[in-house]
Design a protein around this ligand. Structure first.
Ligand SMILES: [Zn+2]
Length: 425
């Protein structure tokens, strides 16, 4: 690779980072609901965004396609061999209702900025560079996330295609109306030999980088998650007439258990444990609660630590219930395993952060990402970008151009390091 222009890299990177920042603002205009940023799977807003991105891709000489699952791909064939495997950079294009400008989209726009660095530097890479904009990650329209990336790893099955949205429309018909051919879903799947690595730049959606005063971090793992409902049942009664020692107060039992959830979260490194909702019945100020249902969320980078915590919480619930003469039941609603990122890719990202002059902070992603799905089939890594106050899924999401410059610089070093690894393995 030609490194002769190295001295002027920073100027180019800063210029392209400003362009990337401006593009994030421009792309925000693609929305289903004026005044918000709302883009759901296969909506006209996504179609408009595709047109905008295709314009930017084509101006770099990239070849564009939309696959059977509605994912947008742009390929920069910087290598003369048409069957050269790809480094894929990207993220998702959909948003939560009234979301932000950067969640998902920034990863795609940064992929384009990186492609532009390659073009402007006239770099010849030993691989193709592909930018992907996944069709669906947030799970808003069909109540299930990752439709786009699941298709790419060959796991978008019939059951998923048959799911319906609020209007009774299936995933399959939504794709057809979008102009896709869901029967070619299998063609959306990429063979492992086609992919050198998938790298997802994404805003952190948390406050860790900001509190460490670092613009970027390398993700080592995407946490596994257990969601469960804890139910305590006692006996409802009159708040004035039932003496304290004769009560079987379900909410008081639940309250004791909720504090145990917090305690276990606090006393286990890397564990997060939350009760985010509670329902009490009968639910009146002058009635002793007869039943309390609490919604539990537990996450950790290591599945064994998460399941130990859940077992502990089950035992504590039983113990509290026995002491307070209530019943206790913990029902698991949803569970998914942790997705460790590829060690070699994480190491390359760390080195590229150091090249950029940034201390390589390692962190676990508490939120799910397409990278968790892609990691099932391809060597996968994630680069986190600081967002102000950890705010995301909200119009106030904020990322600075300086941090985008740092991210682009890290991606560019990553490409150069990956190139020398391919050339001199
Ligand atoms: Zn996201």
């Amino acid at each position: 690779m030609d490194n002769a222009h190295h001295g002027t890299d920073h100027e180019l990177l800063a210029q392209l980072a400003h362009q990337a920042f401006a593009r994030c603002q421009e792309a925000a205009a693609n929305t289903e609901i004026p005044g918000q940023i709302t883009r759901t799977f296969c909506s006209p807003a996504i179609a408009q965004l595709h047109q905008q991105l295709i314009g930017w891709m084509q101006s770099l000489g990239m070849t564009c396609r939309v696959d059977g699952a509605g994912n947008l791909w742009g390929k920069l064939a910087s290598h003369p061999r048409p069957d050269a495997p790809s480094l894929i950079i990207g993220s998702h294009l959909d948003t939560v209702p009234n979301g932000g400008r950067y969640d998902g989209l920034l990863g795609v726009i940064l992929g384009l900025a990186l492609a532009e660095v390659v073009v402007r530097r006239r770099a010849t890479l030993p691989f193709a560079l592909e930018v992907v904009g996944f069709s669906e990650e947030e799970g808003v329209r069909f109540g299930t996330p990752f439709i786009g990336s699941l298709a790419v790893v060959g796991q978008c099955d019939d059951a998923l295609l048959q799911r319906t949205d609020a209007n009774g429309l299936t995933v399959r018909s939504a794709l057809q109306l979008f102009g896709c051919h869901p029967d070619e879903m299998n063609s959306a799947a990429l063979q492992p030999a086609r992919v050198i690595a998938y790298l997802e730049p994404h805003i952190e959606q948390g406050p860790v980088l900001q509190s460490a005063q670092l613009p970027l971090g390398v993700v080592t793992s995407i946490a596994g998650q257990t969601r469960a409902i804890a139910e305590f049942c006692g006996v409802a009664g009159h708040a004035g007439t039932v003496p304290m020692q004769l009560r079987r107060d379900a909410l008081a039992a639940a309250a004791e258990w909720i504090l145990a959830v917090e305690r276990i979260g606090q006393s286990t490194a890397g564990l997060v444990a939350t009760v985010g909702a509670i329902e009490v019945s009968p639910g009146a100020g002058n009635v002793i609660p007869g039943a309390a249902r609490a919604k539990l969320d537990v996450r950790h980078a290591e599945d064994s630590i998460r399941s130990t915590a859940v077992t502990q919480l089950r035992e504590l619930g039983n113990e509290i219930a026995a002491r307070r003469n209530t019943s206790f039941e913990l029902s698991i609603v949803h569970e998914h395993r942790a997705a460790p990122m590829n060690d070699a890719i994480a190491a390359l990202i760390e080195q590229s952060l150091a090249d950029t002059g940034i201390a390589p902070l390692r962190l676990v992603s508490g939120a799910g990402h397409d990278a968790a799905v892609m990691a099932r089939r391809f060597p996968t890594g994630m680069l986190f970008i600081r967002c102000q106050d950890g705010i995301s899924h909200h119009p106030d999401e904020t990322v600075t151009t300086d941090d985008i410059t740092a991210a682009l610089s890290t991606l560019w070093f990553f490409v150069q390091r990956l190139t020398s690894r391919q050339v001199n393995p």
